[in-house]
Design a protein. Structure first.
Length: 209
């Protein structure tokens, strides 16, 4: 009988360097059973300054602990470096492999404001706008939405969601997008929505003297 799944092991092999790096990401709660037809698991591993242009990598994902749960080897991937650092057909093809990433969220427990800061795509990837949502997981509602424009001059765009509800499970969603009147690389490629961890703004406790 398969073991409970506690997390995932990600192995990344560089063909040029003939070296393998291994990463372990743990689930908040173990998974005891997975239906091959009905269940899917989504997780993200953020790896900074690891991949290089024009290098070939193979990525292998397996359950943790491995045991008899098995593993899955993904196809090899090479990201070609664009000849010119400007938006164009070649860089749009590269954009499908790019994923945005959050900085740690800043939650003001006094005002119930949530500040979001993220790393934008290089300007050569033709992605200039981002849809930013804050969602209540408790009520399954979108509480607020904004489209953020990245001019290319700032290193990290930011936005503050004001006066969010307390004692609810909240989540931030970030997606590369474009205004409807403009062509978007996501029209041709499935841009990935990045989700923050769930968090809660605690209730204010008023103490009388």
């Amino acid at each position: 009988m398969p073991h409970s799944i506690l997390g995932f092991i990600v192995r990344i092999n560089s063909t040029a360097l003939n070296a393998t790096k291994t990463y372990l990401t743990r689930l908040e709660q173990p998974i005891d059973n997975i239906s091959m037809n009905l269940s899917s698991i989504e997780f993200f591993v953020e790896l900074g300054s690891l991949f290089l242009f024009n290098e070939t990598y193979s990525i292998e994902v397996s359950f943790y602990p491995e045991g008899k749960n098995g593993r899955n080897t993904l196809i090899r991937e090479t990201i070609k470096k664009p000849e010119k650092d400007v938006c164009g057909k070649a860089t749009q093809d590269i954009a499908k492999s790019w994923v945005p990433s959050f900085d740690p969220l800043t939650v003001n427990e006094i005002t119930a404001d949530v500040e979001v800061e993220f790393l934008p795509a290089p300007t050569s990837l033709c992605i200039t706008h981002y849809s930013l949502y804050i969602q209540s997981m408790s009520s399954n509602r979108i509480l607020d939405y904004v489209m953020v424009k990245a001019t290319g001059n700032e290193t990290r765009p930011r936005h503050t969601f004001k006066s969010m509800p307390r004692e609810e499970k909240l989540m931030i969603n970030l997606l590369a997008t474009e205004p409807s009147k403009e062509q978007c690389v996501c029209t041709h490629f499935r841009c990935i929505t990045v989700k923050s961890n769930e968090f809660t703004i605690p209730k204010m406790v008023h103490r009388s003297n």
